[in-house]
Design a protein around this ligand. Structure first.
Ligand code: PLP
Length: 458
């Protein structure tokens, strides 16, 4: 234990220095594919090595291959951030190594999960009676929601697999995890309907209604509709109240994917993004996207937990218990459960609802300011509304200069931005989500973009 204490202190200092100024590293690493693999021995060590050697190699071989998500100039995908209380909680969770398979295998693992997920329902003003559990990612959560929807629509599918006539609906802007989850459950790709979206990239409910009617006419069985609150490309928000009306009328399972945007509903003036979400049968949001929680932590809520249970409960003899405790393994694919609720509990308590909301509110404001700045530059066009913290824009004209601009920005390794395709055009995306990003970050980025877009370079 003496060595553990010594290294525990050293690494705490190292992590504190790192978190204090991640800017000392470039956001993007300079490594080429397979370079790290080739720098490591082909076989593992037969005899144990010292912490000195291991940590020296961490700094020499691993760190140069890290893309720094903690860096304030990381503005790609959905930028996010870890936080000191969450890191400390992860340290404790690893030390306790408690596995929440059953209530009995560690009651606090399950009960902290129930309590923290209940707090968030309260903060979001969503139905407090919803069942909730933590999974690794929104992709896994959506797969679980689709499995519950499938069993609710056709109970025999639990034993027989997906019948060929069940249909899932989502917009053409929905995350690929919907289609992937459906595929994993045995739906054919032709059983996922991607409904057209409007000019603001929100699902068109008239097209949804007509697709359902057409499928019924052809003897197919509409089963589930997935509405997205905060789509991946543009953060557009599907009209959930209208989609919920259609789902209720047509007896479809409604799954709401708020993986990124859900956190923003903590800001009172942004609560509207969850209008209609109280009608959902299932709802996912990722604290690891915008709530100061490091990967992984995705919350799946369900208004009809019996359907989840029907889809997933299968108890081998050695796991049968007599107590009344909640056994989360009955509702999900994984048996073992990491103590993820600990970091959620630490973070919710440390920042409080107002502290978390304040950080998100400011990031949304920064995105609006950046958007206004881009709008003032006649060479660029804004490509989508920016209801939250992502701005989509492009140089007017062909795609190629836009592609080159993205590559040039990222080649500096000082900033990391990403792209998408909207209406067939290549579009640049700046995503604000790191708690360290400031107006200065965005000034520096915009100055770089201006330098790179002097006519000879584009
Ligand atoms: N849903 C939406 C709207 C997303 O933007 C993403 C990822 O960015 C996902 C789902 C998948 O999230 P995860 O990486 O947690 O599976």
């Amino acid at each position: 234990m003496r060595e553990f204490r010594e290294w525990g202190h050293k690494l705490t200092d190292w992590v504190a220095d790192y978190l204090e100024s991640p800017e000392r590293y470039p956001v993007l690493p300079a490594v080429r594919p397979n370079e790290i693999v080739h720098s490591l021995p082909r076989t593992g060590p037969v005899k144990g090595e010292s912490m000195e050697q291991i940590f020296a190699d961490f700094e020499k071989l691993v760190l140069p291959g890290i893309t720094h998500w903690n860096h304030p100039d990381f503005l790609a995908y959905f930028a996010n951030t870890s936080s000191p209380p969450a890191i400390l909680a992860e340290f404790l969770a690893a030390a306790l190594n408690a596995n929440g398979i059953l209530w009995k295998t560690s009651p606090a693992v399950t009960e902290l999960e129930v309590a923290t997920l209940g707090w968030l329902l309260d903060w979001f003003d969503l139905p407090r009676q919803w069942f909730g559990m933590i999974l690794d990612t929104a992709s896994t959560a959506t797969l679980h929601a689709l499995a519950a929807a499938r069993v609710a629509a056709a109970p025999e599918t639990r034993d027989e697999g997906a019948p060929r006539n069940l249909i899932v609906y989502c917009s053409n802007q929905a995350h690929s995890s919907v289609e992937k989850g459906a595929m994993a459950l045995g739906f054919g790709r032709e059983q996922v309907r991607k409904i057209e979206s409007d000019k603001a990239f929100r699902m068109r409910t008239d097209k949804l209604a007509s697709a359902i009617a057409l499928d019924r006419k052809h003897g197919l069985q509409p089963c589930c509709v997935v509405a997205t609150v905060g789509t991946t490309s543009t953060t557009s928000i599907d009209p959930v109240p209208e989609i919920a009306n259609i789902a209720r009328r047509e007896m479809l399972w409604l799954h709401v994917d708020a993986a990124y945007a859900g956190s923003a509903a903590l800001v009172p003036e942004l609560r509207w993004i969850l209008d209609g979400a109280d009608q959902a049968d299932s709802f996912v949001f990722n604290p690891h996207k915008w709530l100061m929680i490091p990967v992984d932590c995705s919350l799946l809520y369900c208004a009809r937990p019996d359907a989840l249970r029907n889809a997933f409960s299968l108890v081998p003899e050695y796991l049968r218990t007599q107590d009344e405790g909640l056994n989360l393994m009955d509702y999900a694919i994984p048996l073992g459960r990491r103590f993820r609720a600990l970091k959620l509990w630490f973070v919710l308590r440390y920042y409080g609802r107002e502290g978390l909301a304040e950080s998100i509110r400011d990031q949304v404001k920064m995105a609006a300011e950046l958007r206004a700045r881009i709008e003032r530059d006649a060479r660029f066009e804004i490509c989508a509304p920016s209801p939250l913290s992502v701005v989509c824009f492009r140089l007017k004209g062909p795609d190629e200069p836009n592609r080159r601009l993205l590559e040039a920005v990222n080649a500096t390794r000082r900033f990391f931005i990403s792209h998408t395709v909207l209406n067939g055009r290549y579009v640049l995306r700046i995503a604000i989500g790191n708690a360290g990003t400031t107006r200065d970050t965005l000034d520096r980025l915009w100055r770089l973009i201006e330098e790179l877009t002097v006519p000879s370079q584009c």
